[in-house]
Design a binder for this molecule. Structure first.
Ligand SMILES: Cc1ncc(COP(=O)(O)OP(=O)(O)O)c(N)n1
Ligand SMILES: Cc1ncsc1CCOP(=O)(O)O
Ligand SMILES: [Mg+2]
Length: 490
């Protein structure tokens, strides 16, 4: 059965429903495997109920229109009937009256406002050269009770850098793309990132079910490849991912901000990259919590594994970490220590695995300078872009399927997304898939092209763990052999 394509209800000014701007938008929707139904504001105002009933859109996108053209009652009723329906609104400032209508009547029903810096500055009465932190403060003061996101487009022609800011009540995230007047760019003749392209692709990714951070990251990658090659498809080039900076009051550490700002000031990528993995020793990646388990799997020929002890009060923690390192050396295997980066440095581990929260407290420069490998957990495009800034030894992608082993705040990614991530990162940084990977699902996961497949319960809950370990090792080798055969015959 074919999957229904995401649908966007595109509401715009009556005179603009069939103009060339809308054709460009429709092309973007098409390139990104979405459908759009374009209607005028008049039609939305009078027939929103029937439109929503007939088309069941994933996102309603108010693209080019003055705020005063939207019937507030229709908008309000729609949001009351469909509270989970995402509403994106592109705000353009024309005069104070329009701005007041937008702030007072429209904004309460909008999930994401897309706009450019000049219009948002005008909306809140900020000067044109105000810093993003000042703008954030003014927005918070003016709209303190609101929980929507603001995606703001900014650009600097003089350095050919195009920045988007994603603001909410608590954080500012910057997404920067630099073109440096590239030759490819000159060929396409596209002078700047077009905000229409950015907002339309952003809306598409939302309709596909990505969250605002992932959708912004992907829209930046999409518009960058559009400027470079003209008419791109799904974002599959890691070079086009934006540089992510300036997370304040958010979840991210000063350490990562420091790495980001080092990059911003032109620090060479290679200066900070973490030690490399031995790719030939990736493959089945068991994650276990005791030395006995580690011993068992390494004896079966596993060459990459992790010691993951979740009790920091374990009285034998240091002893176990030392034993894990020694076992790795004995079996010539790449053994990672989960979480305890200081002990891993102290005892000379092969590598450390850190999740997004761990990155807040770890000293990444110390890990890198000690020559340890670093693996980082990610759960989508935004975190992949951030992890890529850090240049880790591998990027873990998860969780792929529902798992009983760890409480996950995010949704399972599924094989389709994993396929895209694996293609995006192939040849750039080694990848590890993790989460809910059973014996039955193992081959399909390996076939996505990831370098390693991490499992916990598939081995630790098995009746015969030794047998399952050898089975999974051979399953991985089989897929790898088929992939090598294919790449040779192409
Ligand atoms: C290979 C691999 N991928 C992901 C994780 C999860 O790390 P994290 O998000 O820090 O969660 P904990 O494992 O610490 O609970 C991992 N350990 N290994
Ligand atoms: C540690 C971890 N990180 C993301 S999912 C997961 C647990 C995976 O365990 P299982 O293979 O049993 O689903
Ligand atoms: Mg962790």
């Amino acid at each position: 059965m074919s999957k229904k394509l995401p649908l966007i209800l595109n509401v715009c000014d009556p005179g603009l429903t069939s103009n060339s701007k809308n054709q460009t938008k429709n092309q973007i929707f098409h390139n990104l495997s979405s459908h759009a139904k374009t209607v005028s504001t008049d039609m939305f105002n009078t027939q929103w109920h029937a439109l929503l009933g007939n088309y069941c859109p994933d996102v309603v996108y108010f693209s080019v229109l003055p705020s005063s053209k939207v019937n507030i009652e229709s908008l309000k009723e729609m949001k009351n009937h469909y509270p989970n329906l995402l509403v994106v609104f592109t705000f353009t400032f024309s005069d104070e009256t329009e701005a007041n209508i937008f702030s007072e009547n429209i904004l309460p029903y909008i999930d994401i406002v897309t706009s450019n810096m000049i219009d948002i500055n005008a909306l809140v009465g900020a000067s044109v050269d105000s810093k993003i932190t000042e703008l954030h403060l003014l927005l918070k003061m003016k709209h303190s009770s609101l929980s929507c996101h603001w995606l703001i487009q900014d650009g600097d022609f003089s350095v050919d850098t195009w920045t988007n800011w994603l603001l909410d009540q608590d954080s500012i995230v910057g997404f920067h793309s630099t073109y440096l007047f590239s030759d490819q760019r000159k060929k396409t003749g596209i002078q700047s990132e077009t905000s229409d392209g950015l907002y339309s692709s952003f809306t598409c990714f939302l309709a596909h079910g990505y969250d605002v951070l992932d959708a912004t990251t992907m829209a930046k990658a999409y518009t960058k490849s559009a400027a470079l090659v003209g008419c791109p498809g799904w974002p599959l080039q890691i070079e086009n991912l934006p540089l992510i900076t300036s997370c304040i009051n958010g979840d991210y550490s000063k350490k990562i901000q420091m790495l980001d700002s080092l990059k911003e000031t032109g620090q060479q990528k290679t200066d900070q990259s973490f030690a490399k993995m031995d790719l030939d020793k990736m493959g089945l990646y068991p994650v276990v919590d005791t030395i006995d388990w580690l011993d068992l799997i390494l004896k079966q020929g596993v060459k990459i594994a992790q010691l993951r002890i979740k009790n920091p009060e374990d009285p034998y923690l240091e002893n176990k970490i030392q034993k894990a390192i020694a076992l790795g050396e004995k079996h010539n295997a790449q053994v990672f220590i989960n979480d305890y980066w200081q002990q891993a440095i102290l005892f000379g581990a092969y590598g450390v695995h850190l999740g997004q929260g761990d990155l807040d407290i770890a000293d990444l420069s110390k890990i890198q300078q000690a020559g340890l490998r670093l693996g980082i957990s990610t759960h989508g495009y935004y975190e992949i872009a951030r992890a890529q800034n850090i240049q880790p030894s591998y990027i873990a992608l998860g969780h792929i399927f529902p798992t009983q082993t760890k409480d996950m705040p995010s949704q399972p990614q599924g094989l389709n997304r994993l396929n895209h991530y694996a293609r995006l990162l192939k040849g750039k940084v080694p990848t590890v898939a993790i989460g809910g990977i059973s014996i039955e699902r193992f081959t399909d996961v390996a076939k996505t092209g990831v370098d390693s497949v991490a499992v916990v319960s598939a081995i630790t809950k098995a009746d015969n763990p030794e047998e399952v370990t050898t089975l999974l090792l051979s399953k991985f080798n089989l897929v790898k052999a088929e992939q090598t055969k294919k790449s040779v015959s192409i």
